[in-house]
Ligand binder design. Structure first.
Ligand SMILES: Cc1ncc(COP(=O)(O)O)c(C=O)c1O
Length: 357
């Protein structure tokens, strides 16, 4: 039987990357963003490895419920807050910190008798979620007697574009809005942790950098001192000779420029490898880098290995991660971002954990 594709999760790399966050933001507390199954890495394993983080942040109440079972004391932040009264009750029972962003949540809280820990989200220019600068003081006034307002929260729209004007505009708006003394502030995601020290405030919120990928398209994770947490691999299932001019795969997109060989690897978009990966996307086999040849199929990809490489059926091919190409590189070849690649591995991939000390 064909061996399934494997995602190896390196827990020591997670801890290393957490230290990189600490080095950049030594004064701030760290809210590790582990939503969407920890960006596809496995939320419970990641949370265990990141026990040293000061809090966990997730998007959905179901994620928080699962986390709370194992992490009884840890502050857990619900980034979208609650959608209705039943979620609010559950958030209260689990002592979650809720980030609230709209009038509906405000009304539910006003009618709720238990004290809830809250962050108020300020819309500083993302124009997605959050109270406007004009309405946030009023919201605070309505909540501060009956609930515990922990602080002010906002999110950058363009932190990955270091010189974007909007970063300074958002930061200024955030800075100029004060709910009062003694309340926390939180604004910085990975890109801002790495490049906007003024945005660190009391709590930073790293996501992608914890997983060892770069938030930037023009700076590698390695140059930022990050170690890849996920390594995706599969096996060579066939090696085939090709004559000059012969085409490979659906649509015959790629044609051999000379007599050559291809290796067929047992993984495809059915495993979450991006179907849009272009010819030339790197794949490493036995320490040597080869390139994708032809369209990604559901269960297979092909790479050109030339006439001389020593590649055999059963050899391991690394699609991204340790010993292979950086996930950022593969993302660029597929015109996407590393966040999407790690999030969208399918249930067919077998997950393994390693801990290198
Ligand atoms: C509100 C909020 N804060 C922080 C993050 C972490 O962002 P990044 O993964 O770019 O560090 C996210 C992720 O989308 C987010 O939604």
């Amino acid at each position: 039987m064909t061996q399934a594709a494997e995602a190896t999760i390196d827990l020591s790399a997670l801890r290393h990357n957490l230290q990189v966050v600490k080095k950049h933001a030594p004064q701030a507390k760290i809210m590790a963003v582990i939503k969407a199954n920890a960006y596809g890495h496995g939320m419970m394993s990641v949370a265990k490895a990141l026990e040293q983080a000061d809090a966990f942040a997730v998007a959905h109440i179901e994620e928080a419920i699962q986390l709370r079972e194992k992490h009884k004391q840890k502050p857990i932040v619900l980034l979208h807050g609650f959608a209705n009264e039943s979620e609010l009750k559950r958030a209260s029972a689990l002592s979650l910190q809720c980030v609230i962003h709209d009038e509906r949540q405000l009304s539910l809280l006003q009618a709720f008798s238990q004290k809830i820990n809250l962050w108020l989200k300020l819309d500083t220019g993302m124009n997605r979620l959050g109270f406007s600068p004009n309405t946030i003081m009023q919201a605070y006034g309505l909540l501060k007697e009956d609930h515990k307002v922990l602080g002010l929260f906002s999110h950058f729209a363009n932190a990955d574009q270091v010189d974007a004007k909007s970063n300074q505009q958002q930061l200024k708006l955030f800075h100029d809005t004060s709910l009062g003394p003694g309340l926390w502030r939180s604004m910085a995601n990975s890109a801002a942790i790495l490049t906007q020290a003024h945005s660190h405030y009391d709590w930073v919120r790293p996501g992608i950098m914890l997983y060892g990928a770069s938030p930037f398209s023009d700076k590698s994770a390695q140059s930022l001192g990050l170690k890849p947490v996920m390594s995706l691999s599969s096996q060579v299932i066939a090696v085939k000779d090709l004559a000059k001019g012969q085409a490979v795969g659906y649509g015959s997109r790629w044609k051999a420029k000379e007599n050559t060989r291809i290796a067929v690897i047992g993984l495809g978009y059915g495993d979450g490898y991006p179907r849009h990966a272009a010819d030339g996307t790197p794949v490493v086999i036995n320490g040597e880098s080869f390139t994708l040849a032809g369209r990604v199929s559901m269960d297979m990809i092909c790479v050109e290995i030339g006439s001389n490489a020593s590649v055999n059926v059963g050899d391991s091919a690394i699609l991204w991660g340790q010993g292979g190409p950086a996930i950022n590189t593969v993302a660029q070849f597929a015109e996407t971002i590393p966040y999407e690649l790690s999030c969208r591995l399918t249930s067919r991939v077998v997950f393994k954990e390693v801990d290198n000390g």
